[in-house]
Design a protein around this ligand. Structure first.
Ligand code: NAD
Length: 434
């Protein structure tokens, strides 16, 4: 949770006005199912989430008023393991978008061979419009309202847009107080992305960014591309965008343009990603950062660079943005940042695309490592976490790239298809109850 979120009417721009995220994800599922020759009944089961939980819960605000909040938890599939996925606090949280994001978690877990299914949730409100105490009460009351709909062997939330490790600490503490003293120590794994002292894992905060970088390294090796001395443009400078930029900058990639909900900036010499990360932490956004010149959103998308990292929200790259982009690679840190109309143009222009379900899966992978450590009462070193993540991401990258080459499909459809095949194999073995 890095910055205040503007009301939807003031959002600085998104790709297409009419955007049905759930339908977009459904269409990918349909295409992937055809490529993977998945049994129709498996596709039918996966076309809808298993459970859609909606809770309305009251919270006392600082001024004494009682405000009603709407929270969601969509549990898409738990064939391979507990439902798993983030909690989003944002004014635009809506059921269909959460359904899309929950389904994507199912594909990510399967693609990374994790013993997890997929879920997603959130609350429709602006977390930056309330005080810290209110935020805590909202989070605790939400956790209480979800009750037995979450649990360390059932459904395991994590941070997403508008939430962070502090949110997870409140969720875990509330849940552990709900289960009673005797079970308290056993339920740390009810959420991942916790602060390290409260049972989190080293390496989780940067995990999504680190995973993206491992993917980019494999892409660069595949293409014979030298990252040292290359350039990137980064949209979204929160957890995912800033950590990806910091790690890439250590490899010699310089960020020449950045943007977030407070505006866009250009610096041909390259931003100091570390300093900008600290600035955003302190100021809630990039606006006012002294090391760059303000530019428009249109100028940002037209900035020539080698790599574009969309790390903000869904539906940011439509036809117009794709037509402007002058890059070699788009690596999707955000979930669903590319509209299908934009993706078509990117592929026609010969721009490579590392799709979200592959590129940003480092977050859920390290969440799995956290969950395993909680189960075993172990603490792994950061080097150990990073080394395991590297193996997992590189394997996933090559699985997807090999499949795409063999089946002559794009990387996104390949990632979905591989996930579908793995889930289908289990449905075929276990068959359908009763
Ligand atoms: P965050 O809240 O830390 O950061 C979000 C960023 O997006 C901020 O920089 C914000 O200013 C920017 N943003 C919001 N609205 C914008 C707009 N209209 N235009 C431009 N920028 C805008 O969230 P995060 O955790 O970094 O998540 C970012 C994306 O990555 C989301 O799509 C999320 O689902 C995805 N993701 C996150 C994780 C994780 O581990 N946190 C894992 C996988 C995927």
């Amino acid at each position: 949770m890095s910055m205040p979120t503007p009301p939807p009417s003031k959002l600085p721009g998104s790709a297409a006005k009419e955007y049905d995220f759930y339908k977009v994800v459904q269409d990918y599922l349909d295409r992937a199912a055809r490529v993977a020759h998945v049994e129709p009944y498996v596709q039918t089961i996966l076309s809808q989430p298993k459970n859609e939980v909606i809770v309305n819960f009251p919270v006392r605000m600082d001024n004494g008023d009682i405000r009603l909040f709407k929270g969601y938890r969509v549990q898409h599939n738990n064939l391979l393991g507990p439902f798993k996925g983030g909690m989003r606090y944002h004014p635009q949280v809506a059921l269909d978008d959460v359904k899309a994001l929950a389904a994507m978690m199912t594909w990510k877990s399967a693609l990374l061979r994790l013993p997890f299914g997929g879920g997603k949730g959130g609350i429709k409100f602006d977390p930056h419009s309330v005080s810290r105490q209110e935020l805590q009460r909202i989070t605790r009351r939400f956790t209480h309202a979800l009750g037995e709909n979450i649990g360390p062997e059932y459904d395991i939330p994590a941070p997403d847009v508008g939430t962070n490790s502090q949110t997870m600490a409140w969720m875990m503490d509330t849940y552990s107080n709900m289960v009673g003293s005797a079970s308290k120590q056993m339920v740390k794994g009810v959420v991942t992305g916790k602060p390290v002292a409260s049972g989190g894992t080293l390496g989780r905060t940067k995990a999504t960014g680190q995973g993206i970088v491992f993917c980019i390294l494999e892409w660069a090796a595949d293409k014979g591309f030298n990252l040292e001395g290359s350039t990137m443009i980064v949209q979204g400078f929160g957890n995912v965008g800033s950590n990806t930029a910091v790690i890439l900058s250590r490899l010699g990639v310089s960020a020449v343009a950045v943007g977030d909900h407070t505006g866009y900036m250009y610096n041909p010499e390259g931003f100091n990603a570390h300093k900008l990360q600290d600035y955003v932490e302190a100021n809630g956004g990039i606006a006012g950062y002294p090391g760059g010149k303000p530019i428009t959103r249109e100028e940002f998308f037209a900035t020539r660079a080698d790599i574009f990292l969309p790390c903000a929200l869904e539906n940011q790259v439509g036809a117009a943005e794709a037509a402007s982009l002058n890059v070699k690679l788009v690596a999707e840190g955000a979930n669903g940042p590319t509209h299908p109309s934009g993706e078509k143009i990117l592929l026609e222009k010969g721009i490579d695309l590392l799709p979200d379900v592959l590129a940003n899966s480092g977050g859920v992978t390290v969440s799995y490592y956290e969950w395993v450590q909680n189960k075993r009462s172990e603490t792994w070193s950061e080097e150990d976490v990073d080394a395991r993540l590297e193996v997992a991401m590189k394997r996933a990258y090559h699985d997807v790239a090999d499949f795409a080459r063999a089946k002559r499909c794009d990387m996104r459809i390949a990632a979905y298809a591989l996930a579908l095949q793995r889930i289908e194999a289990v449905y075929k073995e276990r068959e359908i109850f009763p």
